[in-house]
Design a protein around this ligand. Structure first.
Ligand code: UDP
Ligand code: MG
Length: 313
């Protein structure tokens, strides 16, 4: 079965969005490609999401579903979806309709012009808190400064990838995944289209602050060694300061000026203690990731599959 376009959708407790997504997605796809499949990856949902996916797959042969054995995370769902997708091009998008299906024809259009990766870049974001807007903006700018990989600004995971980009992506086996960075790393011919990010259709975000922070740390540690080098620069700076300080104290002592130094002593000890702990913590972040890589556990486990006939290849 040849398939022109696959759409990969990670799903985590999205029962309120799946029917509406299907309703809006199918006519758009029918209008722009000859054949397509929609691959839902259920990331261990605890609501009725999986039943809904199963129903859809039962009624429509173009829908496939994959259910993880537990919640492995959004980024793992992408990895699984890209592994499963059979299309000549693959679109990845969220289930909550924040990525409007109506943008897909534009992505496909650019793909037909010969681009390998067409990412959708947010012009505006609706229905997000000022805090999220501001932190996201600051995060993308910081990340760009400290990584050699050209990661586009204000771009989520909503994008189209050509078959060769998907095949290259599938060769990346790392555990702590920042998909948008990994895709940028692939190279090939990449371009962006602008779109307005909608508000969530139903339900609440599945990214509480804790997950967002983890995600940001994964992004930074996967794409930059700058935090590790901070210790070196701080070390140099503090040593230079200490050297100058000792000289001054010695000279003053020689000319007969000295004073009790408990306050400055405490300040120096606490400051350096703090800096050292932070640096050890940073080392721990990298070391923990190295440990995870060495264990070579599978990225995810599949509990159930529906639709699509036999498995590709
Ligand atoms: N998601 C997932 N696993 C998770 C968290 C989220 O598969 O552990 C899915 C979720 O169902 C949605 C997409 O990832 O389709 C984006 O999540 P969300 O909309 O909550 O993130 P936000 O848009 O608020 O950043
Ligand atoms: Mg969302």
């Amino acid at each position: 079965m040849s398939c022109e376009l696959s759409v990969v959708v990670p799903v985590f407790n999205e029962e309120g969005n799946i029917p509406e997504l299907y309703r809006r997605l199918v006519p758009v796809l029918e209008g722009c490609v000859a054949s397509f499949e929609v691959v839902f990856v259920d990331d261990g949902s605890r609501d009725r999401s999986w039943e809904l996916v199963r129903d859809l797959a039962g009624r429509d042969g173009r829908v496939r579903g994959l259910k993880f054995s537990r919640n492995f995370g959004h980024q793992m769902a992408f990895a699984a979806g890209l592994e499963q997708a059979r299309g000549e091009a693959v679109v990845i998008m969220d289930a909550d309709l924040q990525d409007p299906p109506e943008v897909i024809p534009e992505l496909v259009g650019r793909f037909r012009e010969g681009w390998d990766v067409v990412y959708a870049q947010r012009r505006r974001r609706e229905g997000e808190s000022a805090f999220k807007l501001w932190t996201a903006k600051a995060f993308y700018r910081l990340l760009r400064r400290i990584t050699p990989v050209d990661i586009p600004l204000d771009t989520g995971d909503f994008r189209l990838m050509s078959r060769r980009a998907v095949d290259a992506f599938r060769r990346l086996g790392e555990r702590h995944r920042f998909t948008r960075g990994l895709v940028a790393w692939l190279g090939f011919r990449q371009t962006g289209v602008l779109y307005d990010r909608a508000a969530r259709h139903a339900g609440d975000t599945k990214y509480p602050l804790r997950k967002m922070v983890r995600f940001a740390i994964d992004a930074i540690t996967s794409f930059s060694h700058v935090p590790l080098q901070l210790a070196t620069w701080l070390g140099f700076a503090v040593s230079a300061f200490a050297f100058a300080y000792i000289l001054v104290v010695l000279v003053l002592k020689v000319v007969g000026i000295s004073w009790p130094g408990y306050t400055s002593l405490m300040a120096a000890i606490l400051f350096l203690g703090g800096v050292q702990l932070v640096m050890i913590g940073l080392l721990g972040e990298y070391l923990g990731r190295v440990y995870d890589e060495v264990k070579r556990r599978p990225l995810y486990l599949v509990q159930e599959e529906v639709g699509g006939g036999t498995r590709g290849e």
